[in-house]
Design a protein around this ligand. Sequence first.
Ligand code: PAF
Length: 287
Amino acid sequence: MKIIRTINEMKQIVNEANNKTIGFVPTMGFLHEGHLSLVKEAKKENDFVVTSIFVNPLQFGPNEDFDEYPRDEEQDANHAKQAGVDVLFIPAMEEMYPKKMGIKIIVEEGTDVLCGRSRPGHFDGVGTVLTKLFHIVQPNNTYFGLKDAQQYAVVHHLIEQLNFPVKINGLPTVREQDGLAKSSRNVYLSDIERQEAIFLYESLQYAQKRVVDGIENPDIIIKEVTNMLQEKTSGKIDYVELLSYPALQQISTITEPIIIAIAVQFTQARLIDNILLQPNGTKIDRL
Ligand code: PAF
Protein backbone atom coordinates (compact mmCIF):
# COMPACT_ATOMS: atom_id res chain seq x y z
CA MET A 1 0.00 0.00 0.00
CA LYS A 2 1.25 3.44 -0.95
CA ILE A 3 0.71 6.40 1.35
CA ILE A 4 0.34 9.58 -0.68
CA ARG A 5 0.25 13.06 0.80
CA THR A 6 0.24 15.44 -2.16
CA ILE A 7 -2.39 16.11 -4.77
CA ASN A 8 0.22 16.02 -7.53
CA GLU A 9 1.42 12.54 -6.60
CA MET A 10 -2.18 11.35 -6.31
CA LYS A 11 -2.98 12.72 -9.78
CA GLN A 12 0.12 11.05 -11.19
CA ILE A 13 -1.01 7.66 -9.89
CA VAL A 14 -4.44 8.24 -11.40
CA ASN A 15 -2.90 9.18 -14.75
CA GLU A 16 -0.74 6.07 -14.71
CA ALA A 17 -3.79 3.91 -13.95
CA ASN A 18 -4.78 4.19 -17.64
CA ASN A 19 -7.78 1.97 -18.19
CA LYS A 20 -7.82 0.46 -14.73
CA THR A 21 -10.97 1.05 -12.68
CA ILE A 22 -10.60 3.03 -9.47
CA GLY A 23 -12.78 2.44 -6.42
CA PHE A 24 -12.77 5.32 -3.95
CA VAL A 25 -13.67 5.29 -0.26
CA PRO A 26 -13.51 8.83 1.19
CA THR A 27 -13.19 8.93 4.99
CA MET A 28 -12.21 11.15 7.87
CA GLY A 29 -10.09 8.37 9.34
CA PHE A 30 -10.24 6.49 12.64
CA LEU A 31 -11.19 3.58 10.42
CA HIS A 32 -13.51 0.92 11.78
CA GLU A 33 -15.24 -2.11 10.31
CA GLY A 34 -17.84 0.14 8.68
CA HIS A 35 -15.17 1.80 6.54
CA LEU A 36 -13.38 -1.50 5.92
CA SER A 37 -16.58 -3.10 4.62
CA LEU A 38 -16.65 -0.32 2.00
CA VAL A 39 -13.04 -1.08 1.08
CA LYS A 40 -13.83 -4.79 0.73
CA GLU A 41 -16.70 -4.07 -1.64
CA ALA A 42 -14.55 -1.58 -3.58
CA LYS A 43 -11.87 -4.25 -3.98
CA LYS A 44 -14.35 -6.70 -5.44
CA GLU A 45 -15.55 -4.26 -8.08
CA ASN A 46 -12.42 -2.30 -9.12
CA ASP A 47 -8.83 -2.81 -10.23
CA PHE A 48 -7.54 -0.68 -7.40
CA VAL A 49 -8.82 1.07 -4.32
CA VAL A 50 -8.03 4.55 -3.06
CA THR A 51 -9.04 5.55 0.45
CA SER A 52 -8.68 9.13 1.60
CA ILE A 53 -8.30 10.30 5.16
CA PHE A 54 -9.00 13.97 5.67
CA VAL A 55 -10.81 15.55 8.60
CA ASN A 56 -12.55 18.26 6.66
CA PRO A 57 -12.96 21.47 8.67
CA LEU A 58 -15.55 22.86 6.22
CA GLN A 59 -18.15 20.35 7.37
CA PHE A 60 -17.84 21.12 11.10
CA GLY A 61 -19.79 23.97 12.70
CA PRO A 62 -18.02 26.42 15.04
CA ASN A 63 -19.21 24.55 18.16
CA GLU A 64 -18.69 21.05 16.78
CA ASP A 65 -16.00 18.48 17.49
CA PHE A 66 -13.43 19.24 14.77
CA ASP A 67 -10.54 19.53 17.28
CA GLU A 68 -11.67 16.51 19.27
CA TYR A 69 -12.48 14.33 16.24
CA PRO A 70 -10.50 11.10 16.86
CA ARG A 71 -7.35 10.70 14.78
CA ASP A 72 -4.86 7.81 14.65
CA GLU A 73 -2.91 7.71 11.42
CA GLU A 74 -0.73 4.74 12.30
CA GLN A 75 -3.66 2.54 13.26
CA ASP A 76 -5.57 3.70 10.16
CA ALA A 77 -2.64 2.79 7.91
CA ASN A 78 -2.51 -0.71 9.44
CA HIS A 79 -6.24 -1.25 9.04
CA ALA A 80 -6.21 0.09 5.49
CA LYS A 81 -3.29 -2.12 4.50
CA GLN A 82 -4.93 -5.21 5.97
CA ALA A 83 -8.18 -4.48 4.18
CA GLY A 84 -6.29 -4.25 0.88
CA VAL A 85 -6.30 -0.51 0.17
CA ASP A 86 -3.84 0.19 -2.67
CA VAL A 87 -3.41 3.92 -2.15
CA LEU A 88 -4.04 5.74 1.12
CA PHE A 89 -4.36 9.44 0.34
CA ILE A 90 -3.72 11.57 3.44
CA PRO A 91 -3.45 15.21 2.40
CA ALA A 92 -2.52 17.79 5.05
CA MET A 93 -4.80 20.74 5.66
CA GLU A 94 -2.49 23.09 3.68
CA GLU A 95 -2.53 20.66 0.77
CA MET A 96 -6.33 20.61 0.49
CA TYR A 97 -6.92 24.22 1.51
CA PRO A 98 -3.73 26.21 0.86
CA LYS A 99 -5.82 29.35 1.20
CA LYS A 100 -9.29 30.14 2.44
CA MET A 101 -11.78 28.66 -0.03
CA GLY A 102 -13.39 31.43 -2.05
CA ILE A 103 -15.75 28.99 -3.73
CA LYS A 104 -18.01 26.40 -2.22
CA ILE A 105 -20.75 23.97 -3.14
CA ILE A 106 -24.13 24.86 -1.67
CA VAL A 107 -26.47 21.91 -1.26
CA GLU A 108 -30.00 23.26 -1.32
CA GLU A 109 -32.07 20.11 -1.56
CA GLY A 110 -32.54 17.60 1.23
CA THR A 111 -30.62 19.61 3.80
CA ASP A 112 -33.44 21.28 5.76
CA VAL A 113 -34.14 18.01 7.57
CA LEU A 114 -32.25 15.56 9.83
CA CYS A 115 -28.55 16.41 10.33
CA GLY A 116 -28.74 19.21 7.73
CA ARG A 117 -31.13 21.16 9.96
CA SER A 118 -29.10 20.63 13.13
CA ARG A 119 -25.79 21.23 11.33
CA PRO A 120 -26.21 24.24 9.04
CA GLY A 121 -23.55 24.31 6.32
CA HIS A 122 -22.46 20.73 7.05
CA PHE A 123 -23.46 19.33 3.66
CA ASP A 124 -22.00 22.34 1.83
CA GLY A 125 -18.69 21.35 3.43
CA VAL A 126 -19.17 17.70 2.47
CA GLY A 127 -20.11 18.66 -1.10
CA THR A 128 -17.12 20.99 -1.42
CA VAL A 129 -14.52 18.51 -0.19
CA LEU A 130 -15.98 15.66 -2.25
CA THR A 131 -15.94 17.83 -5.36
CA LYS A 132 -12.22 18.35 -4.80
CA LEU A 133 -11.59 14.69 -3.98
CA PHE A 134 -13.54 13.39 -6.99
CA HIS A 135 -11.50 15.70 -9.24
CA ILE A 136 -8.23 14.54 -7.69
CA VAL A 137 -8.94 10.78 -7.51
CA GLN A 138 -11.20 10.48 -10.59
CA PRO A 139 -12.85 7.29 -9.37
CA ASN A 140 -15.15 5.04 -11.39
CA ASN A 141 -16.98 3.94 -8.26
CA THR A 142 -17.34 5.49 -4.83
CA TYR A 143 -18.61 3.81 -1.67
CA PHE A 144 -20.64 5.25 1.20
CA GLY A 145 -22.18 3.64 4.26
CA LEU A 146 -25.93 3.97 4.62
CA LYS A 147 -25.49 4.86 8.27
CA ASP A 148 -25.18 8.37 6.86
CA ALA A 149 -28.23 7.97 4.63
CA GLN A 150 -28.73 11.71 4.26
CA GLN A 151 -25.11 12.06 3.17
CA TYR A 152 -25.65 9.25 0.63
CA ALA A 153 -28.72 11.08 -0.76
CA VAL A 154 -26.85 14.41 -0.94
CA VAL A 155 -23.77 12.88 -2.62
CA HIS A 156 -26.03 11.04 -5.05
CA HIS A 157 -27.49 14.43 -6.00
CA LEU A 158 -24.07 16.05 -6.22
CA ILE A 159 -22.82 13.37 -8.60
CA GLU A 160 -25.96 13.48 -10.72
CA GLN A 161 -26.37 17.26 -10.88
CA LEU A 162 -22.69 18.11 -11.41
CA ASN A 163 -22.20 15.18 -13.83
CA PHE A 164 -19.33 13.49 -12.05
CA PRO A 165 -18.50 10.34 -14.02
CA VAL A 166 -18.65 8.17 -10.91
CA LYS A 167 -21.13 5.60 -9.67
CA ILE A 168 -22.15 5.83 -6.03
CA ASN A 169 -22.74 2.67 -4.02
CA GLY A 170 -24.56 2.67 -0.67
CA LEU A 171 -23.63 -0.20 1.62
CA PRO A 172 -25.26 -1.59 4.76
CA THR A 173 -24.56 -0.07 8.17
CA VAL A 174 -22.09 -2.24 10.05
CA ARG A 175 -23.14 -2.86 13.64
CA GLU A 176 -21.68 -4.10 16.89
CA GLN A 177 -23.07 -7.43 18.09
CA ASP A 178 -25.66 -5.65 20.22
CA GLY A 179 -26.84 -3.57 17.27
CA LEU A 180 -25.06 -0.26 17.92
CA ALA A 181 -23.97 1.20 14.58
CA LYS A 182 -20.17 1.38 14.30
CA SER A 183 -18.98 4.97 14.51
CA SER A 184 -15.71 6.73 15.16
CA ARG A 185 -17.56 8.70 17.83
CA ASN A 186 -18.59 5.63 19.90
CA VAL A 187 -15.29 5.86 21.81
CA TYR A 188 -16.63 8.99 23.51
CA LEU A 189 -19.53 7.20 25.19
CA SER A 190 -19.29 6.55 28.93
CA ASP A 191 -19.89 2.95 30.04
CA ILE A 192 -23.48 3.70 30.96
CA GLU A 193 -24.11 5.63 27.75
CA ARG A 194 -22.66 2.73 25.77
CA GLN A 195 -25.26 0.44 27.34
CA GLU A 196 -28.04 2.91 26.65
CA ALA A 197 -26.88 3.44 23.06
CA ILE A 198 -28.25 0.04 21.98
CA PHE A 199 -31.72 1.53 22.24
CA LEU A 200 -31.09 3.65 19.16
CA TYR A 201 -31.21 0.58 16.93
CA GLU A 202 -33.79 -1.17 19.14
CA SER A 203 -36.15 1.76 18.69
CA LEU A 204 -35.63 1.63 14.91
CA GLN A 205 -36.32 -2.09 14.83
CA TYR A 206 -39.46 -1.49 16.83
CA ALA A 207 -40.44 1.19 14.30
CA GLN A 208 -39.90 -1.31 11.48
CA LYS A 209 -42.17 -3.79 13.23
CA ARG A 210 -44.86 -1.11 13.49
CA VAL A 211 -44.63 -0.41 9.74
CA VAL A 212 -44.84 -4.16 9.06
CA ASP A 213 -47.92 -4.22 11.34
CA GLY A 214 -49.50 -1.75 8.94
CA ILE A 215 -49.17 1.57 10.79
CA GLU A 216 -49.21 4.17 8.02
CA ASN A 217 -49.23 7.36 10.05
CA PRO A 218 -45.67 8.68 10.52
CA ASP A 219 -46.66 10.68 13.63
CA ILE A 220 -47.56 7.52 15.55
CA ILE A 221 -44.20 5.93 14.79
CA ILE A 222 -42.24 9.11 15.55
CA LYS A 223 -44.00 9.41 18.91
CA GLU A 224 -43.35 5.80 19.87
CA VAL A 225 -39.66 5.97 18.93
CA THR A 226 -39.27 9.28 20.79
CA ASN A 227 -40.90 7.81 23.92
CA MET A 228 -38.65 4.76 23.81
CA LEU A 229 -35.48 6.85 23.46
CA GLN A 230 -36.56 9.20 26.24
CA GLU A 231 -37.32 6.30 28.53
CA LYS A 232 -34.24 4.21 27.83
CA THR A 233 -31.43 6.73 27.34
CA SER A 234 -30.07 9.75 29.19
CA GLY A 235 -29.12 11.38 25.88
CA LYS A 236 -30.86 14.45 24.51
CA ILE A 237 -32.88 13.68 21.40
CA ASP A 238 -31.82 15.90 18.53
CA TYR A 239 -34.38 14.49 16.11
CA VAL A 240 -36.61 11.55 15.32
CA GLU A 241 -37.87 11.86 11.76
CA LEU A 242 -39.74 9.74 9.25
CA LEU A 243 -39.36 10.99 5.66
CA SER A 244 -39.62 9.74 2.10
CA TYR A 245 -36.30 8.40 0.80
CA PRO A 246 -34.23 9.47 -1.08
CA ALA A 247 -36.23 12.70 -1.59
CA LEU A 248 -36.26 13.38 2.18
CA GLN A 249 -39.70 14.99 2.12
CA GLN A 250 -42.28 15.06 4.90
CA ILE A 251 -45.11 12.60 4.18
CA SER A 252 -48.51 12.09 5.77
CA THR A 253 -48.92 8.39 4.90
CA ILE A 254 -46.33 5.70 4.31
CA THR A 255 -46.87 4.76 0.67
CA GLU A 256 -43.29 4.99 -0.67
CA PRO A 257 -39.79 4.04 0.54
CA ILE A 258 -38.97 5.82 3.80
CA ILE A 259 -36.18 6.61 6.17
CA ILE A 260 -36.69 6.61 9.92
CA ALA A 261 -33.73 8.49 11.34
CA ILE A 262 -32.64 9.48 14.82
CA ALA A 263 -29.89 11.56 16.39
CA VAL A 264 -29.15 11.54 20.10
CA GLN A 265 -26.67 13.80 21.85
CA PHE A 266 -24.85 12.04 24.69
CA THR A 267 -22.37 13.87 26.94
CA GLN A 268 -19.52 13.81 24.46
CA ALA A 269 -20.86 11.98 21.44
CA ARG A 270 -23.73 12.73 19.11
CA LEU A 271 -24.92 9.43 17.64
CA ILE A 272 -27.04 8.95 14.55
CA ASP A 273 -28.75 5.90 13.17
CA ASN A 274 -31.47 5.11 10.66
CA ILE A 275 -33.39 2.41 8.93
CA LEU A 276 -34.57 2.46 5.29
CA LEU A 277 -37.83 0.67 4.60
CA GLN A 278 -40.11 -0.20 1.76
CA PRO A 279 -43.71 0.89 2.45
CA ASN A 280 -44.52 -2.69 3.57
CA GLY A 281 -41.71 -2.55 6.14
CA THR A 282 -39.11 -4.61 4.25
CA LYS A 283 -35.64 -3.32 5.03
CA ILE A 284 -33.53 -1.71 2.28
CA ASP A 285 -29.90 -2.61 3.03
CA ARG A 286 -28.01 -1.36 0.01
CA LEU A 287 -28.43 1.10 -2.83
O1 PAF B 1 -18.53 10.55 5.88
C1 PAF B 1 -17.43 11.13 6.05
O2 PAF B 1 -16.54 10.62 6.72
C2 PAF B 1 -17.23 12.50 5.44
O3 PAF B 1 -18.39 13.25 5.46
C3 PAF B 1 -16.63 12.46 4.03
C4 PAF B 1 -17.60 11.79 3.05
C5 PAF B 1 -15.31 11.73 4.04
C6 PAF B 1 -16.39 13.89 3.51
O4 PAF B 1 -15.49 14.56 4.33
